[in-house]
Design a protein around this ligand. Sequence first.
Ligand code: E4P
Length: 218
Amino acid sequence: MKFFIDTASLSEIKEAQDLGILDGVTTNPSLMAKEGITGEENIKNHYKEICNIVSGDVSAEVISTDYEGMIREGQELVKLHEQIVVKIPMTKDGVKAIKYFSERGIKTNCTLVFSAGQALLAAKAGATYVSPFIGRLDDISTEGLILIEDIRTIYDNYGFATEILAASVRTPMHILNCAKIGADVMTGPLSAILALLNHPLTDIGLAKFLADYAKGNK
Ligand code: E4P
């Protein structure tokens, strides 16, 4: 499973990249705003900076909601860097825009997916990635992981090439369960990724090894 980090924070992206396990980055307008990145030029420059830190795909989301606007914006975004993937919302115009880009070999990430039917449409349109938001489904007492399972079944039934990018991942258990189900990619915060490192028996075992070494090497 590929690991993407879901942030626009350059320091967090660097930290994950330094760990050596990072395959890409996803951003969205809320994450850019959280980092205080505003204005068209600043936003574009920020995407370029992110691309210079990581070697994998970097999702950059369009703001337009109409087909022509999405095409115009997407074309501008892909000019920024070869790693840019155009992130497009799951709407009627969004599906048409995904089809347009897929026919031209431009990578897309279909975002704000909350049902298997939406994921089926995204795959039919040729999306490179589909982003089911599991955390936000959990937030409304609906099991987000069941959606990942359903999409996995549907895509495997027909051999769709669209990659399942489990999004709105919040916890290390989300990551593990996505891996068990067979999500192709997960995108989550640095905190959830780093939490995978932790086990008290590792800490206790390491402390004992070091203490025993110290005893014998005074
Ligand atoms: C997906 O690409 C989104 O950026 C993201 O995963 C949303 O996560 P949230 O529900 O924690 O905001």
